[in-house]
Write a protein that binds this ligand. Structure first.
Ligand code: GLN
Length: 511
């Protein structure tokens, strides 16, 4: 029984909980047992909050027993990326500089999760401060891809994606600045959604690049993402960039899509996001998925977004510029690590230098240096200013493309999961993982990655759907239609084909 519960989707768990077939304590314990059994191999979690999760589960069970009206997802457990602050629960952003830091408050999205009664299983591993595409930049060790333990789970949110793919959690929260929800989704065979910028509150997210960061769902089904997105989305007065107005009807759109009728929907294939540079198996699955969508009645058109070729370059100026400013607060004075210089006077400046030198990893230092340089007097116009102009051109490309198509599509990532170490010493090769995901962040439009099959190497491939800002419902409709049609041809969910994980009993899981 226990193992079976971990294989169910969040929607199915919610239905069983609502019907009284199972308690939240049973569901939560089943996932904690699964974490204890497989996380030694996967290392998706930096912290497992056993007591907190079970306390929430007991509370939900008693409220349900008392006949209280509960949120549909009440009692369904969730994992949260460690870049999101959680009151009383360690939050490191994958960095040594925040080791042992316990936040005094909850992010808005965490408040909403708690208020709805979802037990929080723990915090998931990530590239330090969300900088990376493989989770190899975590200060706390690699997370392994459940499909092949010698390979990366994507990044920066590799922990959240691996936790969901390994059936350690039915739901997870990720954050996406340039692809960190969608690319891990693609390489682990899970669903990942970056909402419209401003669609989910950033209050309580440890910022990397404030104009690009967005939190969103990581799940095994499109419907589960819709349920979680509706829960955490919506206006928050504590985030000045939060969208006023209602979240689109995402659950309804997912249900509609699953009916399999896409007549009247125009799907634009972005010319610049396919072809050269994409692994053969990735391109093949993409082409097949297009055929499937055509078969459901959609009209497939080709669109051109000529400035997307410059998106990566613009991103790697804007993102480090914002990050260099956001990370200035980690100074050894306010929170986390404090290192005093080994010799000489203990001045504020020397403590900051020693703390930042010891607390930040190489990738973080690289980006702080890059961003500080791009913002410096004399170079600001040439680098940061030019990048902002490119950003405007990319937004115009999207506007023109969305005049021709309701949604845009591409492969999510150019390759399947690569081996550990393969790209670690080559930052440019690592950055190229995000060519297809970055344009959405620069324009603030929403994006989703849905599993589209296995490449010739037997590893998952993701299909990306992009929609206009505030029209997130469109990608849920198309994503759910594709998911339903593909699962029919596969005879079940893609993750059913993932190899069994080695299990070990772990004592006292808490990093
Ligand atoms: N991989 C990209 C980067 O390294 C995106 C990271 C993210 O979305 N947080 O910046």
């Amino acid at each position: 029984m226990s193992d079976d519960l971990t294989r169910l989707s969040a929607a199915d768990l919610a239905a069983r909980l609502g019907a009284g077939d199972v308690t939240s304590v049973e569901v939560t314990q089943a996932h904690l047992d699964r974490i204890a059994a497989v996380d030694g191999a996967v290392n998706a979690f930096l912290h497992v909050s056993t007591d907190d999760a079970l306390a929430t589960a007991r509370d939900v069970d008693s409220r349900r027993a008392a006949g209280e009206e509960l949120h549909p997802l009440a009692g369904v457990p969730i994992a949260v990326k460690d870049v999101v602050v959680t009151k009383g629960m360690p939050t490191t952003a994958g960095s040594k500089i925040l080791e042992n830091w316990i936040p005094p408050y909850d992010a808005t999205l965490v408040e909403r999760i708690r208020a709805a009664g979802l037990p929080i299983l723990g915090k998931t591993n990530m590239d330090e401060f969300a900088m990376g595409s493989s989770t190899e930049h975590s200060a706390y060790g690699n997370t392994r891809n459940p499909w092949d333990l010698d390979r990366i789970p994507g990044g920066s949110g590799g922990g959240s994606a691996a936790a969901v793919a390994a059936f350690e959690a039915p739901l997870a929260i990720g954050t996406d600045t340039g692809g960190s929800i969608r690319q891990p989704g693609a390489v682990t065979g899970t669903v990942g959604v970056k909402p419209t910028y401003g669609g989910v509150s950033r209050y309580g997210l440890i910022a990397m690049a404030s104009s690009l960061d967005q939190a969103g769902p990581v799940t095994r089904t499109v419907l589960d993402s819709a349920l979680l997105h509706e829960l955490v989305g919506g206006h928050d007065p504590r985030d000045s960039t939060s969208i006023r107005g209602k979240v689109p009807a995402l659950v309804e759109a997912a249900h509609q899509g699953a009916q399999g009728d896409l007549r009247g929907v125009r799907i634009g294939v972005v010319k610049e996001l396919s072809g050269e540079g994409y692994q053969a198996g990735v391109s093949a699955r993409f082409a097949e998925s297009l055929d499937v969508l055509r078969g459901l009645g959609a009209e497939i058109v080709e669109v051109s977004c000529p400035h997307f070729d410059y998106a990566l370059g613009a991103y790697y100026l804007i993102m480090p510029s914002e990050a260099s400013s956001n990370l200035a607060k980690f100074d050894g004075m306010r929170f986390g690590l404090r290192v005093e210089p080994g010799d000489g006077p203990v001045t504020a400046e020397r403590v900051m230098a020693a703390t930042r030198g010891a607390g930040f990893g190489d990738e973080v230092k690289r980006r702080i240096i890059l961003g500080t340089y791009a913002l410096s007097a004399g170079y600001y116009d040439a680098y940061y200013g030019s990048a902002q102009k490119v950003r405007t051109l990319i937004q115009r490309d999207f506007d023109a493309a969305f005049a021709q198509a309701d949604v845009l599509v591409s492969p999510t990532a150019p390759t399947t999961a690569f081996r550990f170490g393969e790209k670690l010493d080559d930052p440019l090769a690592m950055y190229l993982n995000d060519v297809a995901t970055i344009p959405a962040n620069l324009a603030g439009v929403p994006g989703m990655s849905v599993p589209s099959g296995l490449s010739d190497d037997g590893l998952p491939v993701g299909f990306q759907v992009l929609a206009p800002a505030k029209a997130d419902d469109r990608m849920y409709r198309v994503g759910a239609a594709l998911e339903a049609a593909l699962e029919t041809t596969w005879g079940g969910p893609l993750l059913d084909r993932a190899p069994a994980l080695p299990t070990t009993e772990l004592e006292g899981m808490s990093r």
